[in-house]
Design a protein around this ligand. Structure first.
Ligand code: SAH
Length: 462
């Protein structure tokens, strides 16, 4: 992050704006909205600023810039068309430790002004760090359409009820949950429909009738995060990620996805690598129970789908036994994600009528699978965790009657910008692994459908 976003209270504080033209005027109007006491340094003012001076909303120092004018200012903005002067102002301000902005010159700034969406008291600020103000504005336009106009008034309503809510619920967690429910429920809906009296009444009623015990209860969300691309999350996954108090995640969950979890949530890594279980499964199960019993909303975030080779069933069995509420959110499993992003349809009328998912995990140095079932014709076989046992798997399939020319693919880090697809046959795959640095997570897809990859591959990672 190149800049720390903060919101500054500049009400009635002096802000020096050097320059009297149109660009200066734009900055001044923003400063006035934030109720700053604006002092413009310029021998002459443009029409907008002149009008504001006449109206008495700004003041003017009718001279050229002098360093002494900086004394006592909260912020400085240089908006002259003289590059050398702008640089001098920037230097002087920096020496005094004053935040300074030089319009259109990020290299001279110690602060920059973001694009804003104003639903006061709600303000959304967007910045591209000076790299593309236009992109910032485009993003702002998109956000504008997402944020209902009534947001500002809704915030005001919530502000008025802060005191009563604080009196009614004594823990921070209770209050947060109460607000989350109200601001996503009927109170918000009434507000968006501009039914303010009803909204206020509904809020009052919710305060009176709330079940404090219910608001204290812990819960576990077992959520599938998909194979890597954050765009493949479900809406429900995202919503629960945004309201968790603590998240337990493993290695398959990508950093981009973890970034979408509520920022204040405590993060616990319980990563698993093959043959090296950083945290034992029983300990994870136990930890979920304990955290939920502390009243926390626990997000158990897993790669792909929690119920496909994810031990999701084991994790919630303990919760069910303890009577702890939980919900399970499906995710895009690696087979579906990798197949789509590799352009390999798992079924196809010409090639495969069925698809079978198996785990290729080694047990005591060997792979234990129903080989006879796997070599059935017109079937696609998807092997999870199959990299280490790849050699044995391919040998066994051929030994049980699969054609030695059967097409096969390895999809490494599928759906991410690091995706790599290697295709060959059950005979050549082993050499492909030997020749390339292939690492987990990698998915093995075997069947005639792999032939379609060449024609259908559409996803081109950077
Ligand atoms: N529950 C997960 C699977 C966990 S098992 C799911 O539904 O996808 C872990 C195995 O999944 C890995 O060894 C690998 O074979 C596969 N896998 C998961 N994510 C993957 C990805 N992005 N690319 C390729 N394979 C992946």
């Amino acid at each position: 992050m190149d800049y720390l976003p903060i919101f500054i209270d500049i009400k009635k504080r002096p802000v020096l704006v050097v320059g009297g033209g149109e660009i200066a005027a734009r900055k001044v109007s923003l400063l006035l909205r934030a109720q700053a006491s604006v002092v413009v340094v310029a021998p002459q003012l443009g029409s907008i600023l002149q009008q504001q001076l006449d109206d008495g909303v700004i003041s003017q120092l009718k001279t050229t810039y002098q360093p002494s004018q900086l004394a006592g200012c909260a912020l400085v903005i240089a908006a002259t068309n003289d590059g050398a002067l702008n640089a001098t102002i920037s230097n002087d301000a920096k020496q005094l430790g004053l935040p300074v902005n030089v319009v259109d010159h990020p290299e001279l700034c110690t602060f920059i002004l973001p694009s804003i969406i104003d639903r006061s008291p709600v303000i959304v600020a967007v910045s591209t760090g000076g790299s593309s103000p236009v992109l910032g504005r485009l993003l702002r336009a998109r956000l504008e359409t997402l944020i209902p106009a009534a947001y500002g008034r809704l915030a005001e309503l919530a502000g008025r009820f802060r005191g009563p809510v604080k009196n009614r619920f004594n823990s921070f967690n209770q209050r947060r949950r109460f607000w989350e429910e109200q601001l996503q429920g009927s109170v918000a809906e009434l507000a968006y429909a501009n039914k303010w009296q009803e909204a206020e009444a509904a809020l009052q009623q919710a305060i009176d009738r709330a079940d404090v015990g219910e608001l204290e209860k812990g819960e576990v969300y077992l959520v599938g995060a998909g194979p890597g691309d954050p765009d493949l999350l479900t809406f429900r996954a995202l919503r629960l990620m945004q309201q968790a108090d603590v998240v337990l995640y493993d290695r398959l969950v990508s950093p981009q996805i973890l970034d979408l979890v509520r920022r204040e949530a405590e993060q616990i890594y319980v990563g698993k690598k093959r043959a090296f279980h950083a945290v034992r499964q029983e300990d994870i199960n136990q930890q979920l129970i304990e955290l939920a019993k502390q009243g926390k909303r626990v997000l158990r975030l897993k790669g792909g789908d929690p119920f496909i080779f994810g031990r999701g069933g084991e994790e919630i069995a303990g919760l069910a036994a303890e009577g702890i509420p939980f919900q399970v959110v499906p995710g895009v499993t690696a087979a579906a994600g990798c197949a789509s992003y590799a352009g390999i349809p798992l079924t196809h009328r010409d090639y495969a009528q069925s698809v079978i998912f198996v785990t290729g995990q080694l047990k005591d140095g060997t792979v234990d699978l129903e080989w006879q079932t796997l070599v059935q014709p017109r079937q696609t076989v998807v092997v999870y965790m199959g990299l280490a046992g790849l050699d044995i798997i391919c040998q066994q399939l051929i030994a049980h009657g699969m054609s030695a020319d059967m097409p096969a693919a390895l999809v490494q880090q599928g759906t991410t910008q690091q995706q790599r697809v290697y295709t060959g046959t059950v005979t050549t795959l082993n050499q492909i692994v030997a020749d390339n640095e292939i690492h987990a997570p990698t998915l093995l897809i075997i069947g005639e459908v792999v032939k379609l990859h060449e024609q259908l591959a559409w996803f081109k990672p950077a």
